[in-house]
Write a protein that binds this ligand. Structure first.
Ligand code: ZN
Length: 199
């Protein structure tokens, strides 16, 4: 149901001067309509904020693309401020653990001077893999926002769900699908370019 609120943006924009509103088969009086309007505006604003941070993560992913790395980018947000950034550097560093998320949370921990990141959100263009999801749990990250799902290695629900595993001692709130198209098309372009080079 929560996701459906966003569908109400267009009709609710007309609500300022009406006394009743019908949506999804329900009637609202003016106060309910006002509440609905506030909720929708709030959610719209939140979505814009999330898209802003994901654009920053996409900038990191584009940087990886330019460096001929698999284009994944991440940023860490603390109290509304981006405190750390990272993009995939596996090839450059010859390090299989040099994923965007690992680089970003290591940098965030250094910045904050703590190993616990329970007050930060991580924005990453692609669903974290099992290694990164495990590291995010160990770091006790508060929230994860990711762009596109990864049906092959995703560990936030696609293949396994490490960040919300009932036997682990920390669980992370996850929001997926932020700028999904941009995040996924960058990855598709990268691999189609790779395939074209091989031919
Ligand atoms: Zn990873």
């Amino acid at each position: 149901m929560a996701g459906n609120w966003i569908n109400y943006i267009a009709p609710v924009a007309q609500l300022d001067r009406v006394t009743a509103y019908e949506a999804a088969g329900c009637w609202f009086d003016s106060s309910q309509a006002h509440d609905l309007l506030v909720v929708v505006r709030c959610r719209k604003k939140m979505l814009k904020v999330q898209q802003y941070y994901m654009q920053e993560a996409l900038q990191e992913a584009r940087q990886a693309f330019q460096e001929d790395e698999v284009p994944v980018g991440a940023v860490v947000v603390h109290q509304g401020k981006i405190i750390a950034r990272g993009h995939n550097q596996v090839e450059r560093l010859k390090d299989p653990t040099a994923h965007a998320e690992i680089i970003a949370i290591t940098s965030a921990a250094n910045y904050l001077g703590t190993k616990w990141l329970n007050q930060v959100s991580l924005y990453v263009t692609i669903e974290p893999c099992s290694m990164c999801a495990g590291a995010l749990v160990l770091a006790r990250v508060k929230k994860i926002y990711f762009g596109a799902c990864d049906p092959k290695t995703g560990a936030c629900g696609s293949v396994v769900n490490i960040v919300n595993h009932k036997k682990l001692n920390h669980r992370i709130k996850v929001t997926k699908g932020i700028l999904q198209e941009e995040c996924s098309s960058l990855l598709k372009n990268f691999f189609s370019r790779k395939r074209a080079k091989k031919v």
